[in-house]
Structure formats: structure tokens, C-alpha cells
Design a protein around this ligand. Sequence first.
Ligand code: 0O2
Ligand code: 0O2
Length: 275
Amino acid sequence: MNKVRQWKRLLQPYEQAVEELKVKFKAIRKEYRDMSEYSPIEFVTGRVKKISSIIEKSHRNGIDESLIEEQMEDIAGIRIMCQFQDDIYSVVNIIRNRDGKDLKIVYEKDYIRNEKTSGYKSYHMIIKYPVQTAYGEKEILAEIQIRTLAMNFWATIEHSLNYKYKQNMPERIKDRLKASAEAAAKLDLEMCEIRNEIIKAQLMFEEKSNVIRDIVDSIRVLHSSGEQEKALNFQEEFDEICNSGDQEALDNLLYEIKEVMPRYQLFKNNASEEA
Ligand code: 0O2
Ligand code: 0O2
């Protein structure tokens, strides 16, 4: 097998794992949001390490090419961003509860309680994750980094500067980065203090968008059930309330619509079953 094909074959399961894990963590966030509940997951990103970075890291850490899959833990990397520091530990627990189910935890590193000398903070979990490939099941290692938005901001910038300066970062920049890591930590602390206020405001927003979604969906069902008059009346009422932005009026309208909906819902369900 030539080198290009070898790399392709090696990286393919990692690409699949990253896609699957992203879908799984985004689904958790969606479930909370659909239920108008607070999600400890703000957003999720993922990447497969570049070939050049794998080669560079294997040289730096003295990893033999034949042992890359066993010894390099972050070829597949998932990053979960949280709004508040406490959320990080909620996400850690969510993942721990899946240990032995769809993934296996190999070990954890808490760089929040044990901050790195650079100022880096994040919670890392190294997992084993089984991927079903065309050539059978393959268990790969993946790294999940869990951090707040502030920690992510700092780490992203520090990572770029590290890339620029390699091992020779000037002392004055190192000092600045240390100071900004402290500022980021202070920001996280301040935000934690007003966490409940922020969450309440966000849930109000989420609740409102879910109610609006349900109203619009229901009016659409009424339309497609041939109930044009009812649909138009509700639509007019909805337009009026939308302009005023009154949450209680929206709740009442949804309640009113739900009162007349069951038989149309039934129609909708039968229609989709027939289709
Ligand atoms: P959503 O609905 O915005 O969360 P994909 O394969 O398209 O799912 P991809 O291309 O791998 O995702 O993107 P990547 O670079 O891994 O992740 C980018 C995701 O992170 C995008 O979400 C961005 O919207 C989200 N993101 C990046 N920065 C921020 C940020 O500061 N705040 C928030 N809330 N989200 C951010 P998606 O996947 O498009 O979906
Ligand atoms: P990437 O893809 O460039 O992010 P090491 O061998 O010391 O580099 P090790 O032992 O594999 O790392 O594990 P460690 O120290 O837990 O670091 C793993 C990853 O955490 C790094 O991946 C970074 O993404 C992140 N990280 C760790 N320390 C720092 C830091 O001081 N600053 C920033 N910005 N990120 C850090 P890589 O290998 O750098 O790969």
C-alpha cells in the first residue's frame, strides 16, 4: 500500500469517530433545548489531527510510526464548550455515565484544578471509541477537551502564539499570556456569580422560541387539514401577539390552539403513516 493510501486508511476511522461523537454531543444539547431546559453544553467542535501535526508530535514524543494509533491519544479530538465552569463537571458526569456503554474512559486530566504552568485550563478525557468500518470494528483513542468559552478564547490565542514562536516565546509575551489567563479565570468566576440570572434570561428566550415553534407548526397542521378559517384566525391572533411580544398571551394562544388540535394531530399522524 502506498503512503497516501496508508494515511487514508489510518485516518478514516478517526474521521468517522469525530463525526459520530459530534452528532452525539450536539444531540444532548438539542434535547435540553427542545425541553426548554438549560444545557451545560454550549457548542461542540471536532477535528482530526493533520498528518503534519501527527508526524511532528510523533517525532517530538519519540513515538514509533507503528505505535501511533496506540500511543497518540488525540488524533481524534472533540471540544465541548460550556458557558460556566460548573457546567464542565456536569458534562464530565454525562460522559462518565456512558462509560462502558458507547465509549470507554481510559483516563482523565483536570487542568482546571491543576492548571498548567502556561496558564492553560481545560478538562481532558481520553476515551476508547468503537467505530464500525467497512473492514470491521475498530476501537480508536480520542481526546475530549471540555472548557468554558473564556478558557477556549485564551487557549485558541495562546495556541496560535505558540505556533508562531515554537519554543522561543519572548518572556514579555509569556507574562502577558499569564496575566490574560488570570483575567479569563476572573471572568469565569464573575459569570458564575450571576449564573442564575443569565440562565433565567436564556431559558425565557428558549421557552419563547419553543412556544412560537409549536404555534407555527400547529397553524400549519390546521392549514393542511383544510381548516383554513381556524388557521387564519389563529394566525391573525398570533401576528398581533408577536408584535407585542407578550409571553403570557403566547402561552394562552398555544393553549387555545392545543384545545382544538388533537383531532387534526390525529389526521396529521394518519397522513404521515399512509405516506
Ligand atoms: P450550530 O447549530 O451552530 O451549533 P459540522 O460538521 O458542520 O457540524 P464543523 O464544520 O465541524 O461542524 O464545524 P466545527 O468547526 O467543528 O464547529 C463549528 C461549530 O461550533 C459550529 O456549529 C459553530 O456555530 C459553533 N461555534 C463556533 N464558535 C462558536 C461560538 O463562539 N459560540 C457558539 N455558540 N457556537 C460556536 P454548527 O456545527 O454549525 O452548529
Ligand atoms: P493540537 O492538535 O495542536 O491541539 P503534549 O505531548 O505535552 O503536547 P499530551 O501529553 O498529549 O500533550 O497531553 P496534554 O498536555 O494533555 O495536551 C493535549 C492537548 O491539550 C494539546 O494538544 C492541546 O490541544 C491542549 N493543550 C495542552 N496544554 C496546552 C497549553 O499550554 N496551551 C494550549 N493552547 N493548549 C494546550 P496538542 O498536542 O498541542 O495538539
